[in-house]
Design a protein around this ligand. Structure first.
Ligand code: FAD
Length: 532
């Protein structure tokens, strides 16, 4: 039998997926009995304005070996013969080092690096500075509910990493074939099957926490030792090679191999890496605000008269604007339909925002970051490596103060921000523990505020109705990507410390759940190749 993939099959909102194999047969000009094993590979929604929204599918099926693919295909349809199965990491045994391999950080990068290393039979110790999910969830609720911050256990630090309390969007622009394998493992750990086929897959916080617990148990069953509240506080480097790590300032763990998957928020660890001689460089990132609209409004802007159709999911958007006069670009980032804007402080005295949603995405608000690109020369004129950390901390501190110094966030009606109108009231938001009306110009660099205004007017041109007094802006959004890169060589090791494998978002080479997980896998494979 031969395997075919057909892309571009459309279904109207009221058609059902059982019709896909008939449509596939019609495209191939055969009777449905000549095709077998028809299954969905990808499902996307096409909701471009002024046309009825509809679904677009990629399906895979088998036909007889001598089946000739028709040359004349309907417009928008592509048919491709598949030769290879998707690649997966290799899991055969290898040479084992005498000392354990240490993985620092239990975010997507650390968890997937540990998975590949443990599955190859290596002795792995996974160290996580934060707490296990069960305790972490309580700490995060105390923060959102009462503004009580636990610096050791919060939205950024703890089991599962920064993405645990998130929308769990699993989109990635990377063509890396391991992205499917990562999603397959997540499904084995309890994520919904639909993430394997949805063009814009998402899991939701409620499901993610269960997936992370199952992944923890799976790692433990493969022999990986997992330790929570175990922060690497120092690195022992001898003659350019890693010799040990210090945990919680007292315990030494001898190791010559460390997968460093610490995320982008461990400012203290970045500083230790600097004094340990690990080569790093400043890198560009982006910052801005979160915007929140009523979800129904976004549905009607995106779906028009079809808004409210039971087969349509809560609408999303992605808008960009180039601002040549200011030499900046402005774009929406990490949009969460039916979600909540959340406080993400990890260290005391700072306010920073992000977004999350539950699996059903049935909240009454839609939120998204709106960010402006920040160049290295905006914060590191003399090339200071870690100046980006200080830069973002400065604005997060201003947001803390503008919010009332109690972890409430500063908020301003979108229309008041555009008109530079100070107002002592704003509309409702989902943000907990609360918000305080403020002039958001005070919590942003001048160039960011200016570019945001120009960008938001442009968004409204592209998506009329985006500017409304019903929308609120909440500040500040700073964690789009790391402002630091930990320089690595072609074989995955740090440029200056052998045995150190920086990966994931904190290395500056990845961003987002899927790309960080894939970068963790790459780090593990590099480590294994170098050991061999
Ligand atoms: C609220 C929120 C929502 C998000 N939503 C999405 C989304 O929907 N989709 C998406 O793709 N991305 C999302 N992201 C981004 C995504 O979470 C990150 O890109 C991803 O988690 C990065 O993975 P990582 O493993 O590199 O680092 P992290 O997930 O940050 O994990 C790093 C871990 O290392 C630990 N650590 C740090 N320092 C040390 C140390 N010295 N010793 C031991 N452990 C240490 C930390 O406690 C942390 O648990 C979101 C982020 C946030 C904050």
């Amino acid at each position: 039998m031969k395997l075919l993939r057909i892309a571009g099959i459309k279904l109207a909102l009221d058609e059902n997926e059982e019709q896909l194999s008939q449509k596939a047969a019609a495209i191939l000009v055969v009777s449905p009995s000549n095709i077998a094993n028809c299954r969905i590979i990808k499902k996307a929604i096409d909701a471009r304005r002024n046309k009825p929204p509809h679904f677009v599918y990629v399906v895979q099926l088998t036909v007889a070996d001598d089946f000739p693919v028709p040359r004349d295909l309907p417009e928008g349809i592509q048919v491709r013969e598949l030769e290879d199965q998707l690649p997966e990491p290799l899991f055969t045994g290898i040479f084992k080092p005498a000392l354990p391999v240490v993985v620092a950080g239990s975010g997507p990068a650390g968890l997937f690096a540990a998975y590949v290393l443990a599955a190859r039979g290596l002795p792995v110790v996974l160290l996580e500075r934060g707490t296990a999910i069960e305790k972490r969830t309580k700490d995060v609720q105390a923060f959102w509910g009462k503004g009580i911050l636990n610096p050791a256990s919060n939205v950024l630090f703890g089991e599962g990493g920064a993405g645990t309390f998130s929308d769990g969007k699993l989109t990635s622009r990377s063509k890396n074939p391991y992205s499917f394998w990562v999603k397959k493992i997540l499904v084995e750990m309890g994520a919904p099957q639909a993430i394997l086929t949805d063009a814009k897959p998402h899991v939701g916080t409620d499901q993610l926490t269960k997936v992370v617990i199952n992944l923890r148990n799976k790692l433990a069953s493969m022999g990986c030792a997992i330790r929570f509240e175990a922060q690497i506080t120092d690195f022992i480097v001898r003659q350019g090679r890693l010799a040990a790590v210090i945990v919680n300032e007292k315990e030494e763990i001898k190791t010559e191999q460390l997968v460093l998957a610490i995320g982008q928020s461990a400012d203290d660890t970045y500083r230790k890496l600097q004094v340990s001689g690990v080569k790093m460089e400043a890198k560009p990132f982006a910052m801005g605000l979160r915007v929140e609209h009523p979800q129904e409004l976004i549905n009607s802007l995106q779906y028009g008269k079809w808004s409210g159709h039971p087969h349509l999911p809560p609408a999303e958007y992605f808008v960009t604007a180039a601002i040549p006069a200011l030499n900046r670009s402005v774009y929406t980032f990490c949009m969460c339909p039916g979600g909540e804007v959340i406080g993400c402080s990890a260290f005391p005295g700072y306010v920073l925002t992000n977004g999350m949603s539950k699996s059903l995405r049935n909240g009454k608000f839609a939120n998204s970051a709106i960010v402006v690109n920040v160049r290295v020369d905006d914060f590191a004129l003399r090339g200071e490596l870690l100046a980006g950390l200080e830069f973002r901390a400065r604005w997060e501190k201003k947001a803390f103060e503008a919010g009332g110094s109690n972890y409430c966030a500063p908020v301003q009606r979108l229309t008041d921000f555009l008109e530079k109108k100070a107002a002592d009231s704003a509309g409702p938001t989902s943000f907990r523990p609360g918000t305080k009306p403020a002039a958001l110009d005070d919590v942003l660099p001048l160039f960011v505020a200016g570019a945001l205004r120009a960008g938001i007017y442009e968004f409204n041109r592209k998506m009329p109705g985006f500017v409304t007094a019903e929308a609120q802006l909440i500040g500040v959004e700073t964690r789009t990507s790391s402002p630091v890169r930990i320089c690595r060589k072609g074989d995955g090791q740090s440029e200056t410390v052998r045995g150190l494998y920086p990966c994931g978002e904190g290395s500056g080479y990845a961003g987002g759940i899927i790309s960080s997980a894939m970068d963790g896998i790459k780090a593990a494979e590099n480590l294994i190749a170098n050991l061999a």
